[in-house]
Design a protein around this ligand. Sequence first.
Ligand code: GTP
Ligand code: MG
Length: 374
Amino acid sequence: ELPCSIRSFSEAAGISAAQVLKTLMGMGMMMNINAQIDQGTAELIAAELDLEISLKSQTSLEEDLIDQIEERADEEADLVPRQPIVTFLGHVDHGKTSLLDYLIGTRIVKGEAGGITQHIRAYEVDKDGRKITFVDTPGHEAFTEMRARGANVTDIAVLVIAADDGIMPQTEEAISHAKAAGVPIVVALNKMDIPGVDSNRPMTQMTEHGLTPSEWGGDVEVVRTSATTGLGMDELLDTLLTVSELNEYKANPNRDALGVCLESEQQADRGVIAKFVVQNGTLKVGDVVVCGPAHGRVKALTDTLTGEPMREAGPSTPVNVTGLDQPPGAGDRFHVLDNIAEAREIAETREFDSKSQNLSGITTKVSFEHFQQL
Ligand code: GTP
Ligand code: MG
């Protein structure tokens, strides 16, 4: 038996909820629009109203709504260029966070427990008025799943390979994630400042992994970098901007936002804070959002780097969001809906589904120890 709300039923059947309620009343059942009816009752209403309906579960009805949002195509005329979302991937300690620190002028590495990144971070960098959104991912093998998700929001993957260490197991994983995501790969051959390092060995390894450097006649740009001396930093940014221009990433800022939650946390004083990357549309304060099992109205948007309040976040923008009722999971997609009741209904259905799955031990949840904020 599949329960279904009267609202969903009427939407699916293409008749007014008032008509459904009246029919129910005629059958001696007083109900309101949000009440759940079971399959038998739905069939009775259908028979009463002479409707041919195929009954689906509520989950699929709600997800249909999400699918419609996802599939709503943008008119070519509404599309404008957007900045690339670039993700750093690679083996633990090869220098992903250090490179990002150098690029944006922060010192995140210094504050990390054991120097190991346990969070996905996203920041916007401005190079002579041209922007890039960077996503830093944890390189520890326990975070394979999150890293896989990092690759899903990304337009370009920067594969960080420490020149002294070469390709390691998690470099291989990163290569397969980037290939699976179908995004261009730019290699940052890092730690080139270490005396005696030889770039030939890692580049030979790259070739063995199907990545032939462009200087050897292939199509993978290799930038020699050092997060210590700053070697290659401008070249890396220029390379990324060139790849971005070739690919002409576009989005429609004038539609309801959709995108991905990178991570989230429940904070004692501020409630739930979720880090989103907007992929299309513009997210605004006051928008109704559903994200995995969470929903709510956006209370505040803040810059992921400075913490400054923002009124809206357009395509490719990383942003911290408050106002959700619970922390969504890493990798959960978010959507803006017209009304809060709809959002609540979708979120509750998902929560119900995930609870029943948890009980049967199907799902495992990634949890985060602490969500650091600059
Ligand atoms: P995880 O987040 O744990 O995966 O590591 P990561 O890839 O972010 O590496 P991280 O930036 O934390 O750097 C690891 C270590 O390498 C640190 O001690 C850095 O100071 C050092 N390091 C990073 N880049 C360079 C570089 O270009 N040259 C040298 N000599 N050391 C570097
Ligand atoms: Mg790191």
